[in-house]
Design a binder for this molecule. Structure first.
Ligand SMILES: Nc1nc2c(c(=O)[nH]1)N[C@H]1C(S)=C(S)[C@@H](COP(=O)(O)OP(=O)(O)OC[C@H]3O[C@@H](n4cnc5c(N)ncnc54)[C@H](O)[C@@H]3O)O[C@H]1N2
Ligand code: MOO
Length: 391
């Protein structure tokens, strides 16, 4: 059985980021740049007023001095001329500061009568002018290659006069569930049936990591039906069958996969929950088979699907392990690396009470997975542990 680390290495073997495409500024969140993004222009492009008032020469700023207003510089319509001693130009926030001016006196500090202003307040130093390029300059690096893009990047690139950027294609993830006992929410259940729930978490999680997720539906416990779902997922970059991964008489997923020409890379991982997690390739798609138990499916998606999605999407990523102090004792761990659903706050962490792999409710409170290495010893409150954030 592979360790967690070996399984991740096997999943990422031969995996390269997907090809590049141009993305519009409204579609950048969760994308990863395929090349450096360089500013096409300086921002602000000119020295601009930060306030509504008058552009002046600071050397004229003496209380009681009277200046002549020789023109106007609203945002978007610069005053073409030069300001000389004793002169002022009416200016508004965002207006280009005319040549010769080195200060903007706010309108509250002057009294205006016709074309004259009188300085009413002492001006301790030149201010209220934003120099050209204080944000960035043409040619500056705005985001380097392989940078994950967030909500603000669209505005940043727009301000630099960039209309679209080169990003990696989003990996297409096709999820299907499997099991005759599974019915859709809203159904009236017969004895022995439960609601099909896992794919809601799995699709949402993979989208957060940068994927375009599609849910194909729920296959019956039959090899032929499961094979038809592998066929329907054939154009995806990653196929995620959920359930039917274990050794039961009705666990047909791996045999259906083999009949579709799939090649298994590994079929078990020394991890708890999630031992039946398996991986392979069919056609051009990577396949990560997840166990059907909800907590097992969610934890193994975070551990094994996440690095693959992020890698295909262009990110250079590995699980960021953080440290926290236990607020409850932990018993010794066994022969599988364990990931306990846990609550972490301000560096203090405690596992949720019930770690059964069928439970969804603990994820309501849990925001972390507490890592227990193989055969880790018992720990007491105050001891340090490693965790990864779930949210
Ligand atoms: N004899 C053994 N039995 C089991 C082993 C083993 O090593 N030897 N492994 C156990 C472990 S660990 C896990 S985890 C489960 C996983 O088994 P499967 O991947 O085959 O999952 P299923 O049997 O299909 O389902 C398990 C459980 O989860 C429910 N389920 C399945 N899919 C969904 C879904 N989409 N939404 C909600 N719930 C789902 C299903 O009804 C079952 O209750 O195997 C152990 N057995
Ligand atoms: O690994 Mo299973 O996921 O222990 O219940």
């Amino acid at each position: 059985m592979l360790s967690v680390e070996e399984a991740i290495a096997a999943i990422l073997e031969d995996v390269a980021p997907l090809g590049a495409e141009r993305a519009a500024l409204g579609d950048l969140v969760g994308r990863v740049t395929a090349e450096d993004v360089i500013a096409l222009m300086t921002q602000p492009p000119f020295a601009a007023s930060a306030m509504d008032g008058y552009a002046v020469r600071f050397s004229d700023m003496k209380v009681g001095a009277v200046l002549t207003v020789i023109g106007e510089a609203p945002a978007g319509a610069p005053f073409g001329g030069n300001i000389n001693a004793g002169e002022a130009v009416r200016i508004f926030t965002g207006g280009a500061v005319p040549a010769g001016a080195d200060h903007v006196i706010i309108q509250e500090d002057v009294e205006r009568e016709g074309a004259q202003i009188t300085i009413n307040e002492d001006q301790p130093k030149p201010r209220n002018i934003r120099a050209a390029g204080i944000d960035f300059r043409e040619g500056d690096l705005l985001a380097e290659k392989a940078a994950p893009l967030h909500e603000i990047h669209g505005a940043l690139f727009a301000a630099a006069n960039i209309a679209s950027v080169s990003v990696h294609r989003r990996p297409k993830v096709a999820v299907f569930s499997n099991g005759d006992e599974l019915k859709e929410p809203g159904s009236t259940l017969k004895p022995g049936e439960i609601i099909n729930s896992n794919h809601y978490a799995l699709c949402a999680m993979t989208r957060n990591w940068g994927a375009e997720a599609v849910y194909l539906g729920c296959a019956a416990d039959s090899e032929d039906d499961i094979r038809s779902y592998f066929k329907r997922g054939a154009d995806a970059d990653i196929i995620i069958p959920v359930g039917g991964a274990s050794v039961g008489d009705y666990d047909y997923v791996k045999s259906a996969f083999a009949k579709e020409g799939g090649e298994v890379r590994f079929s078990k991982v020394a991890v708890r929950p999630g031992k039946p997690t398996w991986c392979g390739r069919v056609g051009d798609a990577s396949v990560i088979g997840l166990p059907g138990n909800p907590a097992s499916a969610i934890v193994t998606a975070a551990l094994f699907v996440q690095p693959l999605v992020r890698r295909l999407a262009g990110e250079i990523w590995s699980a960021p392990f953080l440290k926290a102090r236990l607020t409850a004792p932990l018993s010794a761990n066994g022969g599988r690396e364990a990931y306990l659903r846990a609550q972490e706050q301000d560096g203090a962490i405690a596992p949720v009470a019930n770690q059964d792999s069928s439970l969804l409710l603990p994820f309501g409170a849990a925001n972390a997975l507490l890592r227990r290495k193989i055969n880790a010893p018992a720990l007491k409150p105050g001891d340090e542990v490693e965790f990864v954030r779930l949210r």
